[in-house]
Design a binder for this molecule. Structure first.
Ligand code: ADP
Length: 326
């Protein structure tokens, strides 16, 4: 029998669509199973500031369709110091909170692992980040919505590119991982995709674009992940323009619009599954683990293992298709 009485949920680090579905699932599953549930505002900052509210089934009504996070999120330097952690622990204790569900990225997980080991408070983490770059889950919360948002934007840019015979370089999020760039590029029929994981020579890109121009393509779209080694979309555009001046060239940085928007059905279901699974895991006595989706199964991975450096690899078939289908 679990000794837990009160579970608190919070979101931390970068926000991602689907976090609200997850918060809702944690609150409703916890209450359904007879536990008290609290919501901590602004992640670790709210823990330190005692910005914590008791939640009811009603307090998470009508939030499923909202982007962002109703609990707000923050980056909190003070939590990295022992004094900050101690203050956070005292606030949790004062409120009778004896277990945590943390929704965020690897920084959030690192904080959760340290906090839980120091103060012996059980924690289960949920991977919430649009970048899809966490070990232990095939998909992270928010990635599907962000990719759909990018595709919608590219489709719109394609209309104007086509009308004016233009070459567009579109920069999408992904400093270390090109997941969004790769999928959005394939799904929108981009002529080329520049990824942090792959060195594409500018001469190779120019060959591709020249081939397209020779075949009377009236527009071209090149997707550039922000972590591309040539300096992002502006860097690539400059290098290409120096040698290939066939098209009128434009650069679009999609930026933070990729983080917002109503979550896709996939992220709503994933958030709900992960929130439900996180509460069940705490009740089963699991600790310092992250919930993930592998295949179509919800699985738990030790936080320590999730946080160890693993080689990150994009899918081989998608990589090959990005060339064959372009
Ligand atoms: P993400 O969770 O999206 O990776 P961050 O890297 O900004 O985002 O981490 C979120 C928060 O997690 C940080 O603002 C900080 O409060 C906490 N955190 C990150 N690293 C540590 C650490 N080494 N020790 C304690 N807390 C940490």
């Amino acid at each position: 029998m679990s000794k837990i009485k009160k579970i608190a949920v919070f979101t931390s680090g970068g926000d991602a669509p689907g976090m609200n579905a997850c918060i809702r699932a944690v609150v409703r599953t916890g209450i359904y199973l007879g536990y008290e549930v609290a919501g901590i505002k602004q992640g670790y900052q709210g823990m330190i500031d005692d910005n914590i509210e008791n939640m009811s089934r009603h307090s998470v009504s009508n939030i499923m369709q909202l982007g962002g996070t109703v609990l707000k999120t923050a980056r909190c330097l003070a939590f990295k110091n022992p004094d900050g952690m101690q203050k956070a622990y005292e606030n949790l204790k004062k409120r009778g909170i004896d277990a945590l569900v943390a929704i965020g990225g690897d920084g959030t997980f690192t904080g959760a692992e340290r906090f839980s080991s120091t103060y012996d408070i059980p924690v289960i983490c949920v991977p919430g980040t649009i970048d899809n770059d966490l070990y232990g889950s095939d998909f992270t919360l928010g990635f599907d919505t962000a990719t759909n948002t990018v595709i919608e934007a590219i489709d719109k840019i394609r209309d104007t590119a086509e009308s004016h015979d233009r070459l567009f370089f579109i920069e999408v999020m992904g400093r270390d991982a090109g997941c969004i760039a790769l999928r959005a590029g394939i799904a929108s029929g981009a002529e080329a995709i520049m990824l942090p994981e792959k060195d594409t020579a500018i001469s190779e890109l120019i060959d591709l674009l020249e081939h397209g121009a020779a075949n009377k393509k009236s527009s071209s779209i090149v997707i550039v992940a922000e972590g591309d080694k040539n300096g992002g979309a502006f860097g690539v555009a400059k290098l290409v323009k120096e040698k290939f001046d066939f098209y009128d060239t434009k650069v679009t940085i999609l930026g933070h619009l990729q983080r917002g928007g109503s979550p896709s059905s996939f992220d709503r279901i994933l958030g709900s599954r992960m929130g439900y699974a996180a509460v069940k895991a705490l009740i089963n006595g699991d600790n310092r683990k992250m919930v993930g989706l592998r295949g179509n199964e919800i699985v738990l991975t030790d936080l320590k293992e999730a946080l160890t450096d693993h080689e990150f690899k994009l899918e081989d078939d998608l990589m090959e298709m990005s060339i064959i289908l372009a």
